[in-house]
Write a protein that binds this ligand. Sequence first.
Ligand code: NAD
Length: 510
Amino acid sequence: MLEHDAILVEPLGLVVAASIWWLYFERWSSHADGRHPFRLSIDLLPLDLMAMTTDASTGVVTSRNPATGALVAETAASTPNDVARAVGRASEAYLRWSGLPPQARAAVLVRFAELVERERDELAGLIVAEVGKLRAEAEAEVDWTALSARWYAEHLPRSERRGGATVIRRPLGVVAAVTPWNAPLITPAWKWLPALVSGNAVVWKPSELSTAVALATTKLWRETDLPDHVLELVPGGAEAGRVLCEDPRVAAVHFTGSTETGLRVAAAVAARSARCALELGGLNSAIVFADADVERAADCIVAAAVAVNGQKCTSARRALVERGADERLLSALATRFEALRLGDPASPATTLGPLITPSARARAESALKRVVGAGAEIVARAPSLDDPGLDEAGFFPATLIRGVPPTDPLRRCELFAPVLSVEIFERDEDAWRIANDTPYGLAAAVYTTSPERIAAAQDRLEVGVLGVNRRCDSAELEAPFGGAKASGNGFPEGGEYAYGGVTMLKAVYD
Ligand code: NAD
């Protein structure tokens, strides 16, 4: 853990820390009008900001409220030296931590869960403010984090008897966790919880767009009995992530993010013999057969297309519908898109919030313009609330399209926005072929009443997550979560499966 007495605090750092403290205080106290129905406990932040300042700043990372553009956090980025020192401290802390009885490590996780539960409102509010999730989504993320901590505390890595050997799991050493912004708490939690409870130390490089959530979380860890430096936070952007992944003392890199970045990380880690676990992007299909309950399918598909404002790796991007059911499905999808309420994610009336940044919005608009110029048709768009503020920041209406030309990048690349394209297929064989015809292999859903088609979907779809008459963005704590092809490299997260990525097996002939 970062300890402020262990870190040099330079003048720039002090200025940044002080300004953040002021910004938080000012921001949250100035919204007592009820528009932001939470008040951030300012206790959650300032100490960490003091602690994380650098001795030779290479820059500043900034996160802004996607709905308003207001500054949420601004801090000095970790320099290569900061990262190297963090890895060094974690390497030493690992020796002590891995020697503790597993139950002692589990007790730390239980305490962390209690603290997350205690700070539920503040953490959820911070997630809404920093990454634009709807309040209910943010609360679910916080709850899931606490639940996961308790689950890992109760399900420690197990040894097994295999013939004349006992197979035990041993920690790897220092695990690097590099994470994105779209699930700023649960995605890192699914890396650090199994890693920590099995005896590893962790150096965490959160997304530069969710630094405030990372700071608040780190502060909670510091309240537990986790020994110093077992979890090190290195805030920063791409450079801090690159330096961390390349550090030869890091035994395993656990990366979640875009496929483009993930492949770069994999190349860096391949230069040495370290483990590399990748959870990457997706281009996920929902396949609707004519025998399906089309209304239910439409409910699931729209929910999966707009959850987290269309910014989930498992978001529904394509609806493939059997000819004959296409008009029914299009109409059901359009009705649901048009009923969406785009607006302030903190408001309970809102069902679709903003994209993470104005540049994400610009990318989505440009892709939409391109595909419409190439002949696609917009079937429906989520209407905006009558609020002039929606013209700014990241607001982008959810959009239902059809007729995407086969050569358009939308057929091959992930667009991280609530855009759903509908394509018609004639034969079952075509459905499997079209769904698999992308570089990705993360998630899919199939809607049908036919047991044969369900069996065929299980066999044929090249994905790690398959919803059967359920959402393609389904996930459960005890099930494996990960993708194939350009979506992942075979170290799934979730439940006990996660131990495969953070431990080594040792066969003990006894
Ligand atoms: P990103 O790839 O831009 O960044 C992810 C993390 O990598 C950030 O912390 C970033 O600072 C860091 N980074 C950037 N360049 C780096 C480098 N060269 N070396 C090391 N680290 C580097 O992704 P993002 O925009 O934060 O997140 C969105 C993407 O993440 C989408 O593609 C989404 O599908 C994917 N995602 C995947 C999953 C999954 O479980 N499969 C879950 C959530 C998000």
